[in-house]
Design a protein around this ligand. Structure first.
Ligand code: IPE
Ligand code: IPE
Ligand code: MG
Length: 246
């Protein structure tokens, strides 16, 4: 049976989050510069997006650049920003063909002007697409996002728009960058690292975590299918016991 045939289309994760890791090591293995790994990571992004659309996954969120990644050597940061600009402009066509709506989360105002503009342009162009929402987490960190949400809520309470007693988990969630998305049900990290690196700490409270040793530039839709098959074998208990789940 093919990988695709093993997947139950009625039990797909609505939201899949990915930590795309291992570009640098992939390049190093080949005796190349780290940037070569990032360039080849783009192919993995394209295939993963197409695989997600093929399955019918409605939300795909890719961790592309963390707040902490600003601390990398200046040359690498610049190369990543350049790659972002060229990739977004080149890939908009593929997004349109696949009916993918582009979205972004993170401290977008910290991106170079050209990057920000290119991103906004692609977001607007794809805004009518409905097959899948592809969110890029850029200059993103979860602690930043949570702190920003807390600040916004505090200002609303100060200005009398909100009572402190009205602050619930649901209300807090709507103040996060991901406010209009369901929480990820599945989170994949490539490269063999077993950590979250400041990604969606609030949203992954009950996500299934899937780790693969594949380096990101080698990741393809078949790897995504394998992760989904693994996800579908798991029992998600949400604090209850097996017998309580129908
Ligand atoms: C992931 O690959 C891409 C970004 C974080 C931008 P890395 O660049 O972290 O590659 P490794 O982990 O050093 O191999
Ligand atoms: C996490 O990868 C961030 C992205 C994939 C964009 P890192 O390579 O930055 O994470 P650490 O430093 O290994 O935790
Ligand atoms: Mg890394």
């Amino acid at each position: 049976m093919s990988l695709l045939d093993q997947i139950d289309k009625n039990r797909l994760p609505k939201h899949l989050a990915v930590i795309m890791d291992g570009n640098g090591r992939w390049a190093k293995e080949k005796g190349k510069l780290r940037v070569f790994g990032h360039q080849n990571g783009v192919l993995a992004v394209r295939d993963t997006v197409e695989g997600a659309v093929q399955l019918g996954i409605k939300y795909l969120t890719l961790y592309a650049f963390s707040t902490e990644n600003w601390n990398r050597p200046k040359l690498e940061v610049m190369a990543l920003m350049e790659l972002l600009v060229s990739t977004i402009s080149k890939e908009t066509k593929t997004l349109m063909e696949n009916g993918v709506r582009l979205n972004a989360i993170g401290n977008l105002s910290s991106l170079p002007e050209r990057c920000f503009r290119q991103l906004q342009e692609a977001i607007e162009k794809t805004s009518g697409n409905t097959n899948c929402t592809l969110t890029l987490a850029l200059s993103y960190s979860s602690r930043w996002e949570i702190t920003e949400a807390a600040k916004t809520i505090a200002i609303k309470v100060r200005d009398g728009e909100l009572n402190a007693d009205d602050i619930t988990e649901e209300l807090f969630s709507t103040h996060l960058n991901t406010g209009d998305m369901p929480d990820p049900e599945l989170m994949i990290r490539t490269s063999g690292e077993h950590r979250i690196s400041n990604y969606m700490l609030w949203q992954i409270a009950y996500s299934e975590l899937y780790f693969t040793s594949k380096l990101w530039p080698d990741f393809r839709r078949e790897d995504l299918f394998e992760a989904v098959i693994d996800f579908q074998k798991r029992e998600r208990r949400f604090g209850m016991i097996s017998e309580q789940l129908n």
